[in-house]
Design a binder for this molecule. Sequence first.
Ligand code: GLA
Length: 460
Amino acid sequence: MNLHTFFIDVGGGQILRGLLTWSRIGNLPLAPTTGQTRLTSPIGLATILIVMAQPSSASPGRRFNDDVVAAFTRRYRRQPTVVVRAPGRVNLLGAHVDYNEGWVITGAIDRAVWLAAAPATNGILRVESLDFGATASLDLERLPPPVPERNAKASWIDYPAGVAWALAESGQQPAAMDVAYGGNVPIGAGVSSSAAVEMAFLLAWEAIAYGESVTSDGAIRDGAARAQLGMRAENGYLGVQSGIMDQFSSLHGAAHHLVFLDCRHLTFEHLPMPENARVLVADSGVRRRLVDFDYNDRRTQCQEAVAILRRHLPGVHALRDVPSHDFEHHSHHLPMDLRRRARHVVEECERTRAGAEALSRGDLSVFGALMRHSHLGSRDLYEVSIPELDVLAAAAWSAEGCYGARLTGAGFGGCVTVLADAMAVDGVRRAMTNAFEQTFERRPTIFGCAIDDGATVLGP
Ligand code: GLA
């Protein structure tokens, strides 16, 4: 949601000032801007002047916005016609349950990808990545084959290529486009830098193809369909059999609210973050590459467990459908490794729903305990943790004022997400840094993050 400062000229030199949280007033579109654009419109007797709220010059968002616009202008010698921001996300509960059609609790964060773009010609996508310090171009009618068919590791340009591929597969040939993009979502750390890139490219392509009022048949309008398209890029082009959580969270985040998503029905609720709670992300510095690790195996194991359980529980289509008491009755049919994996998912589904209830009551102690159990399940049953994440999580648990902590994202490296009391943040940070340094003789990177709005087209 955008915040706009409004001024109402009530006459006699008097100006009434306030904040609007709408993106439209009547049918007056507020073309977002990073400049000084003002829109005036007579409304009743008053004149409303709307000035887009400008982040302060120190705000990283403003800086990245300016950087991608400047890079675009430098490289392509014209102004972009669209600027998009798509955030990363933290995952507070619901580890490896999205592809089991369960429930997750996430939040979009104030670290994002900014992307400046304009239409181009000849069916070519030209891209400059500020983060990789690299450029590439793709013939959108002759994309390279999907990553698994190339027997290669995915490179940065495969993420935009994956979105183009998924758009084409859905019947919408992506338009030629020039792009410059960059941002501050740590790459490969478990806070969904890839989903942020995918959603940024998708929104830019939609904005370029359909403009502001996307209504034509076949246009991708619906948030769930956008998230599915991003997931399709991961599954079909990049070769990662991931679920929908990351893309959905990047699109549907809301400032100061967590997203409680039902990954089967793609329905969600925004749950307010209690005011005294803060989120810290502690990056182990261990980089995972989903494509190279056991993520896809975990998903296959879950499918195998469902196939076996279904012989005894005919209504089961995914592990989401297995209540824990049924699981206790029938788990002996599963081989030991599948039993551990499935137990984690069954318990995690229950934890996530209990977490949503706890959050609605503002009960952060219960919520935090659920996060701790989620980490333990990820470590002992799902086996996706690593010692670096265990040390960070354990240090956080024993620090005063920490409600809970758990690995975030796929695991196998990356980050621990911590929920702590606002007054305790420094102490929790110190406890994690000390424990990590003592064990691994280097420092983790720890940053606080605000829960922020989802992806938006900011305008030119
Ligand atoms: C990665 C995937 C998500 C989800 C998590 C684990 O972030 O992209 O779809 O499966 O791992 O919860």
